[in-house]
Design a protein. Structure first.
Length: 154
């Protein structure tokens, strides 16, 4: 019964996204990032389009696990972590981060560089997660697909 209800809700979400050109286009932008599939894309659309974030830093803090010095959009004091703010969203993002750290060339290089520099693997994954959130925020704000060759062109 629970699985049938979950599938019905997912079908409604998919129909809603397909019937709204802006959401459909935003989903295409998000899923152009290696490591971001439809489940994480739906979550990121809900987070990024359902809230008014001015930059990617408060998004990363709101999703959990990312410390920041201050964020007016997040109701926390100076320097406090936001580890348990949104555990379900953070868990989806963590799984996507593990996939991206293996298959996305930019994030894999970033992860490898951090581990070689002596950072613990879980800590390095947290940094990759933060970077993945920044990439998701960037593709939606610039309204363009993720360009794997951007770093080479820049």
């Amino acid at each position: 019964m629970l699985n049938g209800g979950l599938e019905a809700v997912q079908a409604l979400v998919d129909d809603h996204t397909d019937n709204h050109p802006d959401l459909k286009r935003d989903m295409e932008y998000l899923t152009s990032i290696k490591g971001v599939g439809t489940a994480v894309g739906n979550t990121m659309l809900a987070v990024l389009r359902g809230n008014h974030f001015r930059s990617a830093e408060p998004v990363a803090a709101w999703l959990g696990g990312c410390r920041m010095k201050s964020a007016p959009e997040v109701q926390y004091g100076e320097g406090q972590g936001c580890q348990n703010v949104a555990p379900r969203r953070g868990a989806k993002l963590y799984i996507a981060t593990m996939v991206a750290a293996k298959h996305n060339p930019h994030l894999k290089a970033f992860y490898d560089r951090l581990v070689l520099a002596g950072k613990a693997k879980r800590s390095a994954l947290g940094s990759v997660m933060r970077k993945l959130v920044h990439i998701c925020f960037g593709v939606l704000m610039k309204q363009q697909r993720y360009d794997e060759n951007y770093a080479v062109a820049a």
